[in-house]
Structures are given as C-alpha cells and as structure tokens.
Design a protein around this ligand. Structure first.
Ligand SMILES: NC(=O)C1=CN([C@@H]2O[C@H](COP(=O)(O)OP(=O)(O)OC[C@H]3O[C@@H](n4cnc5c(N)ncnc54)[C@H](O)[C@@H]3O)[C@@H](O)[C@H]2O)C=CC1
Ligand SMILES: O=C(CO)COP(=O)(O)O
Length: 334
C-alpha cells in the first residue's frame, strides 16, 4: 500500500531499519531522532553511521528532531525508543498525535516498576484505545533486514483490521508481515526471548556447547509459553514468529545485543562492566526483574530466567547455570 504518510519515533538501529522497511514498501516516512545531528545525517546523507554502518537509506526518507514536524498529518506512528524511556518520551507526543492515527510498538521490553507492556504504556500515555494500537515482533535482527535479507514478522492488534492496515504498509519485497489478534502473546514473546538469549550468551561465554544451548532454547520456549499463557496469550503465538522464530534468531546471532551482553557475563564481566561496554540497548537486562515479579504474581515458575537474574546479581556463577531446576531431584514431565 504505497503513499501512506507514516512516522517513526526513534532513530536507533531498529527505528531506522523499520523506517527503511516502510519507505521501501512505498510509504512516505518521517523519522524522529532525539539528537539533531543524527536527524541531519539521516535527512541529508541518508545514513545512520553509528547504528547502521555501511547502509544506504532510501532517498525518500526524511528526518527531524522536532516531533511536531514529524507527526503532522501522519496516519500511522511507529515507536522504537528504549522501553524504559517510552513513558517520558510520550509526554510530548500526546498533544501532537493526529486524530485516528494508528500507533505501532516496535519495542521488546516491560516497564520496570509498573510491569506494563509497551502497548499498555502507549494506551495510558496517549489516551488511545486498543483498536488503534498494534505491536510488531518476530525474528528481526535490524542489520540483516537493513541489508535486505528476506524476513518475516508479525503485526498484532486486538482489532484485526488495524493489524491488516499496518501489515499492508509494513511489507516490501524483502519483508513480509503476518497478522494476529494476540497482542499479549506477540508482545511477551519479544520480551521473553531476550531473557533466554541472555542465558544463551552466558553459556556461550562460559564455553558450553550445542547441547546446553538446545536444552535452554527448548526449555526456554516452554517457560515463555507458560508465562504468556498465564497472562492470556495463545500458546500458538509462542510457537510462531514472535516466539520460536525470534528465539532462534536471537539465540543464534552475535548481532543480538542481549546475546552479546550474556556472553560478556559468561566471560566473567560483572553486570556494571557489561552495561559500560554495551553502546546499544539490551532490553533483556531491564526486563528480568519485572518479568520475574509478574511470574511470581501468577505462580509461574521460570527457572531459566531466575538463573539469569542470579547471574546478573552476581549470586550465581555463570558456569553453574543449568537448563532446569537442579534443586528438585524428582524427574519432571517435559
Ligand atoms: N535492533 C534490533 O535488531 C531490534 C530492536 N528491537 C527493539 O527496538 C527497541 C529500540 O531498540 P534499538 O533501536 O535496537 O536500540 P538502539 O540502542 O539501537 O537505539 C536506541 C535509540 O534510542 C535513543 N534513545 C536512548 N535513550 C533515549 C531516550 N531516553 N529517549 C529517546 N531516545 C532515546 C538512542 O539515542 C537511539 O537512537 C527496543 O525495544 C528493542 O528491543 C526490536 C526488534 C529488532
Ligand atoms: O529483537 C531482536 C531480534 O528479533 C533484536 O535482538 P537484540 O535486541 O538482542 O539485538
């Protein structure tokens, strides 16, 4: 569907890549970058050299650090800032959001303290009903997509028509969007696979091999599914692109920041040293605590995520992480 006027808020690796996806699908795209110098680089040089080195962005892409310029007249607004900064960023968006614009979360985190999903924060801060909200998720490593490698994603909205309208715009020759109405499952899939990817990074850093990783991925998917279903998700969603699909991509790639952060922990760096070394967002590090609080609230056991939390806290040595609860001697059903 060409010619749609859309905005992307956030010019990190994913916001910029998604802007390229939309522009390559024929949309008229305006990008908001927090820093004026980055907006200028995208607008004038068609580059985002810090986040997407070597990628030429579409000539039609326009960018500004002024929200009013970016949001004016836009029919769809895609949001891609670090999850913990979403609420503060939305304060300025509400008054400028065009009536009837659909808002799409590209983010994969849970808010610390409140434990809200990103679509819930969007609803609260923008005063927009769920029928105007969608979320995008799936196996979407930004740099691969920026290189135009064929990729699939899923767009979820409680309103099927909204999901379809977004998916028609977020589709181009190298990027295909599927749709569903399971917002909770789609969103939690993206959050939870980050935590499993941290676990995979940890065991990789320790030097464990494929059996350990396959065990963690498989049991991790069971853990992700139990958690998401307890909050109302469909189990099928977790077997799809937003669950298993994203788990495979993130756990298998050194492009993943969550995987990278885990690997540093596994190599013996402390949590604060890892934070210092990361110059991009690793959402899993901030989502561990709120996810475990939510799990406790619903009585869901998350042995792998709990062990990640312990490694982050420095109370479990990375080499002692195991894909099961070692404290229970009785064999358990898979
Ligand atoms: N990079 C990827 O491959 C993918 C990322 N995502 C998700 O997209 C979201 C954004 O991540 P990335 O673009 O990858 O992160 P990034 O680290 O590449 O970029 C974050 C951007 O937000 C800006 N920023 C930092 N603090 C901010 C604040 N307080 N207010 C406004 N802007 C701020 C940074 O300057 C940067 O432009 C995350 O939730 C991530 O999980 C989802 C799919 C793929
Ligand atoms: O969500 C992603 C791939 O789908 C990106 O993963 P990272 O945030 O770990 O880089």
């Amino acid at each position: 569907m060409s010619g749609q006027r859309v905005a992307v808020l956030g010019a990190g690796s994913w916001g910029t890549t998604f802007a390229k996806i939309l522009a390559d699908g024929g949309a008229d795209v305006a990008v908001w970058a927090r820093r004026p110098e980055l907006a200028r680089e995208i607008r004038e040089s068609k580059r985002n050299s810090d986040y997407l080195p070597g990628i030429n962005l579409p000539r039609s892409l326009w960018a500004s650090s002024r929200l009013d310029e970016v949001l004016e007249g836009r029919e769809q607004v895609y949001v891609s800032v670090p999850s913990q900064s979403l609420r503060e960023n939305l304060a300025a968006v509400r008054a400028l959001l065009p009536d009837d614009a659909v808002v799409v979360s590209l983010m994969k985190g849970v808010e610390k303290g409140t434990r809200f999903r990103m679509s819930e924060v969007l609803e609260q801060e923008l005063g927009v009903g769920p029928e105007r909200i969608a979320v995008a998720s799936g196996p979407n490593l930004a740099l691969e997509i920026a290189r135009e490698q064929p990729t699939a994603a899923v767009i979820a909205s409680e309103n099927h028509d909204t999901a379809t309208r977004v998916a028609l715009v977020a589709t181009n020759p190298y990027f295909r969007s599927f749709v569903n109405t399971d917002v909770i499952g789609t969103e939690f899939g993206g959050v939870l696979k980050n935590l499993i990817a941290v676990a995979i990074g940890i065991v990789d850093g320790v030097g464990y091999g494929e059996n350990t990783k396959a065990s963690i991925i498989t049991r991790g998917l069971a853990e992700m599914t139990d958690f998401a279903v307890a909050f109302g998700a469909q189990a099928d969603t977790l077997r799809g692109l937003a669950g298993l699909g994203d788990l495979i991509a993130t756990c298998g790639s050194s492009l993943s920041r969550n995987n990278t952060a885990g690997r540093l922990l596994g190599q013996g760096y402390s949590f604060s040293e890892v934070i210092k070394q990361m110059n991009q967002t690793a959402e899993g590090l901030s989502s561990v605590a709120p996810v475990l609080e939510l799990a406790l609230e619903r009585g869901v056991e998350m042995p792998i995520v709990s062990q990640v939390a312990e490694v982050l806290a420095g109370t479990l040595a990375p080499r002692d992480i195991a894909p099961h609860l070692t404290t229970d001697p009785m064999p358990q059903g898979e």
